[in-house]
Design a protein around this ligand. Structure first.
Ligand SMILES: [Zn+2]
Length: 252
C-alpha cells in the first residue's frame, strides 16, 4: 500500500517536472522575412508583445539629434586570448571573456558580454543605412543593458577584425574558437562621439530600457570583407521604429 502511494507521488513529481520543461523547449521561430518577419514578431508569442506594442523600440533613424553635454564613454576593455564565435541563425556572435567594462555617462558600469553584426545597419542616419553595424552588448550588475552601436562602411581591409573574419562560421549552429589575441577596443573608431537614446533589443522579445550609444564615426571593412559576411548572413536588420516622445542626444 505504502509502495503504491510512493509510486504515485513519484509519478506525479515526474509529471510536474516534465510538463513545464517540454513547454519551454518549444522555441518560437522568428526571422527577417515572410510570416516570421519583423512585422509579425509581436504576434508570434505573448513574450514578444513589446515588438508591436512598445513605444521605445530600436533601431531608429537618427536625424536632427539634439546636442547635449554628457560625459564621454570610458572603455576599460581587456585583451581576449580566445574568442568563441557562433552562427546562431540570426547573427554571427562573438562571446567576450568577463572583465571588460564600459563606464557609461550615468556613472554606471556595464560589463561586455558579446558583440555581433547586422547587414545592412539597423540604425540609419538621415534615412541612410550603412552596409553593416556592430553591436557591443553590455550588462550592469543590476541587470541593465547598454549597447554600443558601431556603423561599418566600405573602405580599407580591417586588420583587427581579420582574425575573426578568417573563422566566420558559415552554417547555422556552427561554432568556432578563435585564437584572437585581440582587445575589442581595437575594433572601435578613433572618435568616441556618440548618439544616445533609450531603446530596446532589436530582436525578439524586443525588451525595452536599453541605453543605446551609437558611435558617430564608422569603422571600415573592405568590400571583400563585407561581401564575405553578406554571403553568410544578409538582411538581418530590423526596420527603424517610430521615435515617439524620445529625443536622441548627440555628445562630442
Ligand atoms: Zn544587434
Amino acid at each position: 500500500m505504502a509502495n503504491r502511494m510512493l509510486m504515485r507521488v513519484i509519478f506525479l513529481a515526474i509529471l510536474l517536472c516534465a510538463v513545464p520543461a517540454m513547454a519551454g523547449s518549444g522555441k518560437v521561430e522568428w526571422g527577417y522575412e515572410g510570416k516570421t518577419g519583423p512585422e509579425h514578431w509581436g504576434e508570434l508569442s505573448e513574450e514578444f508583445e513589446l515588438c508591436s506594442k512598445g513605444k521605445e523600440q530600436s533601431p531608429v533613424d537618427i536625424s536632427s539629434p539634439v546636442p547635449a553635454k554628457m560625459r564621454p564613454l570610458k572603455f576599460n576593455y581587456k585583451r581576449a586570448e580566445k574568442l568563441h564565435v557562433v552562427n546562431n541563425g540570426h547573427t554571427i556572435k562573438v562571446s567576450y571573456p568577463a572583465g571588460s567594462i564600459l563606464n557609461a555617462p550615468n556613472g554606471k558600469k556595464y560589463e561586455l558580454l558579446q558583440f555581433h553584426f547586422h547587414a545592412p545597419s539597423e540604425h540609419t542616419v538621415d534615412g541612410r543605412a550603412y552596409p553593416m553595424e556592430m553591436h557591443l552588448v553590455h550588462k550592469s550588475k543590476d541587470g541593465k543593458i547598454a549597447v554600443v552601436g558601431v556603423f561599418i562602411k566600405e573602405g580599407k581591409k580591417n586588420r583587427a577584425m581579420e582574425k575573426i573574419w578568417r573563422e566566420l562560421p558559415e552554417e547555422e549552429g556552427e561554432r568556432e574558437e578563435v585564437d584572437a589575441g585581440l582587445n575589442v577596443i581595437e575594433l572601435l573608431p578613433a572618435s568616441k562621439s556618440y548618439y544616445h537614446y533609450k531603446g530596446s533589443f532589436t530582436t525578439p522579445p524586443c525588451t525595452e530600457g536599453v541605453d543605446w550609444f551609437v558611435l558617430k564615426q564608422p569603422i571600415e571593412l573592405s568590400k571583400e570583407e563585407i561581401d564575405e559576411f553578406r554571403s553568410i548572413m544578409d538582411g538581418n536588420a530590423r526596420p527603424v521604429q517610430p521615435l515617439n516622445e524620445r529625443v536622441i542626444h548627440m555628445v562630442k
